[in-house]
Design a protein around this ligand. Structure first.
Ligand code: NAD
Length: 639
């Protein structure tokens, strides 16, 4: 299973964070997957609510996974971190503004990035183990992921207190501060989750919830409001120092650990948010002004070094607590000059490796590139495709790709290409095979890919070369719901329809069953035309009757094998493919191989296979369209 488990369960769209050993720290890929799932379910009438939970007892999510941000930022590349934040914040806003209930179950630690996922939905459930905090000032950031929105709405000056001290809230405090809104003992969570999925409404949860436990911070509210009311960080520090009481001293101790620039900006952000209309987008926008500059001009890199890399806990901050000039603070909160935060659905390109740029693959890859994706292609033959950059090998095309698409001649070639690319692909990436291959090869490749932490899909197509060029293919898809959802935007570019047929191999199963019907009906249509000719029945009359009577089929109505009759088809072009008889023979053989393996009786499929075999191997069928069976029957007599 991958780092995030996304599926539909009854009436619920379910998201389970699944990195318990890393306290479910949120990676960039997890953010993107989460967002994609939310967009898909938003307009899916079968999904009545979204349920977010996490594996393990220790944490719902203890923060964002900042290792890669640190590595890139330290090397002077700030773009990765900025992109991560922009994409994460957009997902946070989507949760906060979601038109359906979003229910989260927040056991153990919920901090930073975890607050962004777990504390913006409509129903935020805490239990006795829950510990919620915004500790960003300790690593040179500010409370982000919409945390400033929650802090600005907390009673009195509690927001300033929690943002500057990073205090951990138990269940009562979390509800008092507005980070959570329902308390339910953890031994009852699984039962309530099951009821939410079955019923698709939140009544089971709201009736089960108990009244909130005591909130120790509520008892301190008076002190907090008095000590944290200052205009700026300096005023708050002065108030704490001059107070001399135990509460003030403890709070001061906590503040002295944190980055002064971050704390000064946190106070300023909360004050700005409380003037005028308060909404999550305004909060995220202010937060991004800071975070987008935090590596280059702030204390973020040093904060991570001291807390996580060297673990010396002795950060050298850029400012003294008493000495953060207003100009420095203002510079961090100026409007962003580079790429801005956007709340629109993600449109930026995926990295796609495309292997097999033949008759079908080339136009499919071109359509993906035209839609703005970064496509790197590879084919054994030298092929140039508009908008697609050439890789030197399948491995080059696949490393670092979000999705690898294969469009290859057969199962053996697919298996050999898969053996090369699976070891180099990024964990969580999608391996999308669109070739027509046998079910067994598809399932084997899927098993190997899953073992390597990839998301495999078999997604053969119908629609032919014309459909590939026009972007109107139909995809029949086998694989997990999560993989299907990730690939859905690509199916929408390359095709007009995709059907999720179930587990791995089921796409190929659907394809060969469809094509067995197609082979049989094409033969039936061709032999009926040949009979009609011999009976002296006019072809147009035959078409007019059959196409509107019970003998109609796609082969007759849409792809009529008689030249000059019905809509344009390869018959009107000297039977130039179209869909070659060789390929029909390949698909029929696959159907018979599968029928053999599963002990299915398919006498007409068997007969069609033999007829296409004769046509291709013993006669003149090679290179001709599969509808050229009509001139073949015409030439022959009964024997
Ligand atoms: P094609 O022969 O035109 O393309 C296959 C490409 O794969 C070729 O360019 C070949 O050089 C390349 N290739 C072979 N081995 C390779 C390797 N090891 N590494 C990299 N590239 C390699 O075939 P096509 O018509 O594009 O069909 C591709 C798949 O789509 C087939 O499985 C076919 O059954 C299926 N299909 C085709 C049609 C159609 O109308 N052509 C319709 C539906 C499905």
């Amino acid at each position: 299973m991958t780092d995030i488990h996304i599926r539909k369960d009854g009436h619920a769209g379910r998201i389970t964070l699944n990195r318990p050993k890393a306290l479910n720290a949120l990676t960039y890929d997890m953010c993107l997957s989460l967002e994609e799932a939310l967009w898909t379910w938003r307009d899916d009438p079968t999904v009545k609510l979204v349920l977010i939970d996490a594996e393990g007892e220790k944490a719902f999510c203890a923060g964002g996974d900042i290792a890669q941000m640190y590595a890139t930022g330290k090397a002077g590349d700030f773009a990765y971190g900025q992109q991560f934040w922009r994409d994460e914040y957009r997902m946070n806003a989507l949760i906060a503004e979601y038109p359906k209930p979003v229910v989260s179950f927040l056991q153990g630690f919920t901090m930073g990035g975890g607050v962004g996922v777990g504390c913006h939905g409509s129903h935020r459930v805490v239990g006795d183990s829950s510990r919620i905090a915004m500790p960003e000032c300790g690593i040179g950031l500010i409370p982000d992921v919409g945390g400033s929105f929650l802090l600005a709405r907390a009673p009195g000056r509690l927001g300033e207190y929690l943002g500057l001290t990073a205090d951990r809230m138990g269940p009562g405090d979390a509800i008092h501060a507005g980070f959570a809104n329902l308390y339910l003992p953890e031994d009852r969570w699984e039962g309530v989750k099951a009821a939410l999925c079955t019923d698709g409404n939140v009544a089971a949860l709201t009736t089960a919830a108990l009244s909130a436990p005591d909130a120790p911070l509520a008892a301190e509210q008076g002190e907090i409001d008095r000590l944290f009311a200052g205009e700026a960080l300096r005023d708050i520090l002065n108030a704490l120092k001059s107070d001399g009481g135990t509460f003030a001293e403890a709070a001061l101790g906590k503040l002295t650990r944190n980055a002064p620039l971050s704390m000064a900006c946190t106070v300023e952000i909360l004050h700005r948010l409380r003037t005028g209309t308060l909404n999550i987008r305004k909060a995220l926008d202010l937060e991004y002004r800071f975070t987008s500059r935090a590596m280059e001009r702030g204390d973020f890199i040093e904060g991570i070094r001291a807390a996580i890399i060297d673990k010396d806990k002795s950060p050298k901050w850029t400012h003294d607590p008493d000495g953060v000039p207003t100009a420095d603070m203002a510079a961090m909160l100026r409007p962003v000059t580079g790429e801005k935060l956007s709340f629109e659905k993600r449109t930026h390109g995926m990295k796609i490796g495309f292997i097999g740029l033949g008759n079908m693959g080339a136009p499919m890859a071109e359509n993906l590139a035209k839609a703005g994706h970064h496509v790197t292609g590879f084919d054994m033959a030298t092929v140039t495709v508009n908008g697609v950059s050439n890789a030197r090998s399948a491995v080059d095309a696949a490393s670092d790709a979000d999705v690898v698409v294969t469009m290859l001649p057969n199962g053996d070639i697919l298996k050999s290409v898969a053996a090369q690319v699976i070891p180099v692909m990024r964990k969580g990436a999608v391996l999308l095979d669109c070739s027509t291959v046998d079910v067994d090869s598809a399932r084997r490749v899927a098993t190997d890919a899953e073992a390597a932490g990839l998301l495999p899909l078999d997604a053969p197509v119908s629609g032919g070369i014309g459909g590939a060029a026009a972007g109107t293919l139909t995809f029949m898809v086998g694989g997990s719901e999560e993989a299907y959802r990730k690939a859905l935007p690509l199916f929408e570019i390359m095709g007009q329809k995709s059907v999720h047929c179930g587990a791995s191999g089921n796409g190929q199963a659907a394809k060969i069953c469809n094509n067995m019907i197609l082979g049989v009906t094409m033969i039936a249509t061709c032999e009926a035309f040949a009979l009609a000719d011999k009976l002296g029945l006019d072809r147009q009359a035959m078409f007019d009757v059959v196409s509107t009577s019970s003998g109609y089929s796609w082969s007759m109505n849409a792809y009529c094998p008689a030249p000059g009759i019905g809509p344009q088809s390869p018959a009107d072009n000297g039977y130039k493919p179209g869909f070659a008889a060789d390929l029909m023979l390949k698909d029929l053989r696959l159907s018979q191989q599968a029928a053999e393996a599963s002990d299915a009786d398919t006498p007409l499929g068997q007969a069609a296979t033999e007829l296409y075999r004769q046509f291709v191997e013993d006669e003149d069928g090679t290179g001709r369209d599969f509808s050229a069976m009509l001139p073949r029957f015409e030439k022959r007599g009964r024997s």
